[in-house]
Write a protein that binds this ligand. Structure first.
Ligand code: ADP
Ligand code: MG
Ligand code: ZN
Length: 486
């Protein structure tokens, strides 16, 4: 039996992602598709699975799906077909789910990731549309289970990737990027913890350097990006251990258990459903006209990848900074509005990525970070940064002013005046602070003069501290050098 290290194995991962579309109504009936109603409030004979009713395709869902296909570089198929996926479960009143099988509405496409500063393209196999199932409720009343069909018939897209993802970090980055794109288009709210985006990660290993696919496990039940990364990592390690011990991987579906940090077997290949797919006789083939595709294409906004490239080009940002700033459309808009207010793209980028995003996260608390709720208007950020660039305040004092701005509507210049925070550049005052520090530390002065140049930073720090951050650091630096030169 040969022995392998984990490093001898290459992880091979393919993702199946369900995206709930933000349409007003369901995929085949007029019921509301919105979340949060009383159980079964949003139902009708069609989504309750009554006999003798006929489904009608929701044009808005088709349009949203076309938007996603074009944004992801896929090929919209002029004709696709609805199929019945048959299985029995209490939350599925018709005992079949309408989906697309042999003929999905979109083939191909790609998702571009930046992981550790490196760009990677993950090819998409296909995207198809389908309806969601309802929900069983087991904890409302002991001894009884209930079924809520509000979600039954809500439109979903399933985005299937080729097995080209190579690590847990890439799996999470892939999901993040998909979320950025669907939110950017406004076709899904992207909330993984509410189930608006759900994914299955298919994970297998193969010996590095070989090309044949190994046996995979399909992992379900991850409700955050962190969960995706942890679950895939766990699964890679579990499989590597088995293979290293000379054992075989069983093809099966596994569930992520976040509390214990493990995946557990749910059903094996033998127990897998045979869905007996067949074309739905109640629905005509789906014809997507060229005019619709072209109309949707013409109305697409500038997309995240294009915007990232433009940020690198026009604002001279690093690929990493541009990636962070285009993680959401409102965030990218915010950045550009702040640059319009104060034309120093690099300084604005540093502040948006640092203090502004931190404040946005704090404002979100336990909830999802919402870029449409950045707690400081971009024009006000611009006004603050202008004070740094014209020498009125130091970057350090700017952080204090920023905090004040979050809790009121005062002008940054007024805050500076009122609180006496203006930067001191007057050499008389600076010399006095410098003298105090230099005279108080004769041993350090001796070391510095003896060749420990690095001590200059320490002296600057002391003077800044003495001035409570108000001394002009550039001037302090210059004057200190002069003074210490002896
Ligand atoms: P299903 O899961 O419905 O049987 P497929 O067999 O088409 O569907 O595969 C679904 C997903 O699993 C795709 O994302 C595909 O890339 C991925 N996949 C298929 N085989 C492997 C494998 N050996 N290792 C990792 N991922 C795989
Ligand atoms: Mg699958
Ligand atoms: Zn309905």
């Amino acid at each position: 039996m040969s022995h392998y290290e984990q490093g001898d194995w290459e992880a091979v991962i393919g993702m199946e992602t369900h995206v709930q579309m933000l349409t007003r109504s369901k995929l085949f009936c007029g019921c509301s598709a919105s979340f949060g109603a009383q159980p079964n409030e949003h139902t009708c004979p069609v989504c309750q699975g009554m006999p003798g009713v006929l489904p009608v395709v929701n044009a808005q869902a088709v349009e949203y799906a076309v938007m996603a296909a074009l944004a992801l570089g896929g090929e919209v198929q002029p004709t696709s077909r609805w199929a019945r996926k048959n299985y029995f479960y209490p939350d599925l009143p018709k005992a079949y789910q309408v989906s697309q099988y042999e003929l999905p509405y979109c083939l191909g496409g790609q998702v571009t990731l930046v992981v550790d500063g490196e760009e990677r393209n993950i090819t998409l196999t296909r995207i198809h549309m389908e309806e969601d199932a309802g929900k069983n409720i087991h904890d409302a009343h002991s001894g009884f289970s209930y079924v809520d069909l509000n979600r039954a018939g809500v439109p979903l897209m399933e985005i299937v990737s080729e097995p080209e993802i190579r690590s847990a970090a890439e799996s999470a980055a892939y999901m993040r990027k998909l979320r950025t794109v669907v939110r950017w288009l406004g076709i899904c709210d992207g909330n993984m913890n509410e189930g608006s985006m759900r994914c299955d990660a298919n994970v297998s290993l193969r010996k590095r350097g070989t090309s044949e696919l190994g046996t995979r496990a399909e992992v379900k039940n991850m409700n955050s990006f962190r969960a995706v990364e942890r679950a895939v990592n766990y699964e890679i390690e579990r499989q590597a251990e088995l293979l290293n011990a000379g054992e075989k991987i069983t093809q099966e579906t596994r569930l992520w258990d976040a509390d214990h940090g493990v995946t557990r077997s749910m059903r094996s290949k033998e127990e897998a459903h045979d869905y007996r797919y067949f074309p739905d006789p109640d629905l005509l083939p789906l014809v997507i006209a060229d005019e619709l595709v072209e109309r949707v294409r013409a109305a697409l906004p500038e997309l995240p990848d294009a915007r990232r490239a433009r940020f690198v080009e026009s604002y001279d940002l690093s690929a990493y900074d541009a990636e962070v700033l285009t993680a959401g459309r409102e965030l990218a808009d915010y950045y550009e509005a702040a640059v319009a207010a104060h034309d120093n793209p690099k300084l604005v980028a540093n502040w948006v990525m640092g203090d502004v995003l931190r404040a946005t996260r704090v404002a979100a608390g336990e909830g999802e970070v919402d870029y449409s709720r950045i707690p400081l208007a971009p024009e006000r950020l611009g006004a603050l940064l202008a004070l740094i660039d014209d020498g009125s305040i130091s970057g350090k004092i700017a952080k204090t002013v920023f905090e004040r701005m979050l809790t009121g509507s005062d002008d940054p210049a007024d805050i500076v005046k009122r609180e006496g925070l203006a930067q001191v550049s007057d050499s008389g005052q600076l010399e006095a602070w410098i003298a105090e520090v230099v005279d108080g530390n004769p041993d350090k002065v001796e070391d510095y003069r003896g060749g420990r140049d690095k001590l200059l930073g320490w002296f600057v720090g002391q003077v800044m501290q003495l001035s409570r951050g108000q001394a002009n650091p550039g001037e302090v630096n210059r004057l200190l050098r002069e003074r210490l030169a002896g």
